[in-house]
Design a protein. Structure first.
Length: 405
């Protein structure tokens, strides 16, 4: 920890020195123009008010972000095709405020890779520049925000991973929502179901979901056409203005996920995602706990959602439907425990032919079970109290440290 602090101090000292001695230091800055209030040091912009390294250009060559710095996203930053961005465990990335075309986000284009391998003792944290969390705090094992409430959202964009796996849409490749259609890096889809977009482990994404226009917000983590060669494990989404995690087709699996305080749906699936979500906790979304849509094109595939605990509502936040599906949705729901259920919340459209229910437990009185089902109670849905997720693996999350479970 002492070494980390010294590194940060040295970087800040270098940046402050540049303010006094030069507005642009080194030949690497000859072609670099930094925004107002920032200075160029060795080809990189620094925000002297925070000491953050500001990223304003797409990642066009293999790059590593290290835990001794805080990286500040100065716009929509794309990891381009053929390029790998590596993020060290314990690194903090903060997005600037912005909406519309100025919404900040980290986007991994088709063919790009993100190697972001955090650890339980050193997660990688994506958050807002308004968040005062620091590398020293993370190194000390405190992963909570020191100043932002866990219900504050929309302060920046989010993280989007785009791949070449199959989707069910109007065409074999389409542009992702949340990114302007003028950006060709927003295209996704293809025929490589084993496509590899990298590794994301022990990552917390917070306070995102900025609006890019016409009510179109960015999800906390968006997985679009992502292939099964990609690893998504130990992910936390906190207070995103739109959905927590949304899949648009693809074949990628996800394990050990927490979604807490989203402004819309916690888990959203579209375009025939055909992977599995295994071991997860959903806590008080304001939208549906699950929004599980059917195919949009001729390609049809289903997914599996299993081994989850859902805290649907509390005294301040009440979700919409518990489980919302379309007539043509294709999904197997297995071993889910839903508690904190409020009056009026339901599992809807239980007669959808492609949806199966196995081991779904609602924490209500047996005599009241039917009132929480829109239709006849399926054989796989019962009343009771029986945890279905392994919550012991989530000690590293802000949600767990804050006692939200």
């Amino acid at each position: 920890m002492i070494k980390t602090n010294l590194n940060v101090l040295a970087a800040v000292t270098l940046a402050i020195s540049a303010v006094f001695f030069s507005s642009c230091s080194g030949e690497d800055c000859d072609d670099v123009t930094c925004p107002a209030g920032q200075e160029c040091i060795d080809g990189e912009c620094f925000d002297f008010s925070t000491g953050n390294e500001v990223i304003t250009s797409n990642i066009s060559e293999n790059t590593t972000w290290t835990k001794d710095k805080v990286y500040q996203l100065g716009g929509r930053i794309t990891v381009l095709n053929g390029v790998t961005l590596t993020i060290e465990a314990g690194t903090i990335i903060k997005g600037e405020a912005g909406t519309g075309a100025n919404a900040t986000a980290l986007l991994v284009a088709r063919g790009g890779k993100l190697l972001a391998e955090g650890r339980a003792d050193a997660p990688i944290i994506f958050t807002s520049v308004a968040d005062e969390i620091s590398p020293a705090q993370v190194a000390a094992g405190d992963f909570t925000s020191p100043n932002l409430d866990p219900t504050i959202n929309g302060l920046w964009g989010g993280v989007l991973i785009l791949g070449r796996a199959a989707i069910s849409a109007s065409a074999a490749e389409v542009a992702i929502e949340g990114i302007p259609t003028t950006d060709p890096n927003g295209l996704y889809g293809g025929s490589d179901d084993a496509d590899d977009s990298g590794i994301l482990t022990y990552i917390s994404i917070r306070h995102g979901g900025a609006n890019i226009g016409n009510g179109n917000e960015i999800n906390g983590l968006t997985l679009v056409g992502v292939g099964s060669g990609t690893v998504i494990d130990h992910i936390e989404i906190v207070s995103n203005q739109d959905d927590g995690i949304e899949w648009f087709g693809g074949t990628v699996n996800a394990t050990n996920v927490v979604v807490w305080n989203t402004g819309d749906d916690a888990i959203d699936t579209d375009q025939s995602w055909s992977g599995t979500l295994d071991n997860f906790v959903v806590i008080t979304p304001l939208g549906h706990c699950f929004e599980l849509d059917g195919p949009e094109g001729s390609y049809e595939a289903g997914h599996v959602i299993k081994n989850g605990n859902v805290y649907a509502s509390d005294d301040d936040r009440v979700s919409e439907d518990l489980i919302n599906v379309d007539d043509n949705s294709i999904v197997d729901l297995e071993n889910l425990y839903i508690t904190g259920i409020a009056a009026g919340q339901q599992i809807n459209n239980v007669t959808a032919a492609g949806v199966t229910f196995t081991g779904i437990v609602l924490d209500v009185a047996p005599a009241e079970l039917a009132s929480y089902i829109n239709g006849a109670v399926p054989a796989g849905v019962t009343a009771g109290s029986s945890s279905q997720a392994n919550e012991g693996v989530f000690g590293w999350t802000w949600a767990k440290q804050a006692g939200a479970f």
